[in-house]
Design a binder for this molecule. Sequence first.
Ligand code: G1P
Ligand code: ZN
Length: 546
Amino acid sequence: LAMSVTTVSTSPFEGQRPGTSGLRKKVAVFQTPGYLENFVQAVFDTQPALRGGTLVLGGDGRFYNREAVQVILRLAAANGVARTVVGQHGWLSTPAASCVIRKRRAQGGLILSASHNPGGPDGDFGIKFNVPNGGPAPEAVTEAIYDRTRSIERYLTVEAAAVDLDRCGAASVGGMAVEVIDPVADYAALMQELFDFERIHQLFNSGLFTMRFDAMHAITGPYATQILERMLGAEPGTVLNGTPEPDFGGGHPDPNLVHAAALVEMTRGAHPIDFAAASDGDGDRNMILGRHCFVTPSDSLAVMVANAHHVKGYHRGIAGVARSMPTSRAADRVAEILGLPCYETPTGWKFFGNLLDAGRITLCGEESFGTGSDHVREKDGLWAVLFWLNLLAARRQSVREILDEHWRRFGRHYYTRHDYEGVDATAAQALVDRLRAMTTGLAGQAIDGFTVAYADDFAYTDPVDGSRSERQGIRIGFGDGSRIVYRLSGTGTEGATLRVYLERYEPDAQKQHQDTQEAMAPLIRLADGLAEITARTGRAAPDVIT
Ligand code: G1P
Ligand code: ZN
């Protein structure tokens, strides 16, 4: 039944190294004959466990999602996959895919998404492979897939009618069993185990609490509508932009202060809502807001660590916490005081995988709006929102009160990230190389009133498998607890993106309520001066301030 089709041996990765975010390109590129097939066949050729096994398949609903699902089903059948579990309409959020892979003990999953990148015919498409623990493929796997894409000469497919993706139930493609599942059910059941739905329901019922969740026309719409409005009793209309659109309504589905500005506005003014949150294209990022208050992702992680015992699924305590290196050290402070292990890992979710699998950590997070736990192996947007809801319901306090109390107890880590986008790649690399060379002689020096305590280029040895990752970003720490981190983005598409992460520790409760950019102005000036940012990039100011 299976037929072999000769295909090009130029790798679909051309011009892009394989990261854990998989393959990301413009939709038009994915539509070229053999392009998607090349990647998918390389997965089957390098992952023999899928033969006779179970594959999970779904995506964030962006343009080309449906077509790609049908292509992949035919390739899966030809490659001897026994059963493919696919979300209705071809939908699965990234964390839900992770959940389904684990729950159904699948041999892997293919997730169709380009995360927060815009979609539509002129937008981006993407695909990535997740391994049986539900997490992104580790480097050895992505490298093997990459190598295979460069030598591949054929892909296997079958001739078969398209599966009706809109109807849940059993189907088949070329002898392979296909199960079209409700994309929300497994995930919602897991959330019900982790959070006190009864208590959250009471909070919504009290009539004293208003919330809005912005799904940004992306995949979390159906998840949030089912869980928040139907299961937890939030009033209809709580979920905004809840229908996934192939082009995300023309927007940029990235939950931050810029792209979710309308939501942020609802937490301000004369009649602010109590709680607001948003998630991104594929549902793994989150933004948390209270009345007149934005919770930085770094603070959110620290608050979760300090309050885990209030939350049903974590009430027995947590094993430890990990944060990516540029994330503020707010969580470290909590871990230190509570006597919990705390790990600093390189940027990227994949570095949490071993720590989670080994049971060394329970919670983890990144400053880039990513938070999660050992319940799946991806960061999880809606999970973070439910964690906060459980906390608000248990403590009967506002977001503001919880944050203020947290800062009083642990100190505040003022935090901001400045991004310089589309910078000349050579200039950006030279800037970082110069800083790296400088790090050796910096310690002990006093510059503009700041004394350098340490400076290095962050390197990480995985405590579980001993693997080493070097050159993960320049860290410069100061005597007063401030810190500057410089690194180049690994996900940008045009030129280079320089990210500058700034952090200032303020233990004095009287000084914890300043405007962030003002409170950090001297450090921001120092960061520019040290790295010669303006001179070397020609930019007087960052493009994006978070
Ligand atoms: C960015 C974030 C990083 C995150 C990654 C994937 O990577 O900074 O924390 O893991 O996206 O969502 P970067 O562009 O900085 O390399
Ligand atoms: Zn994402």
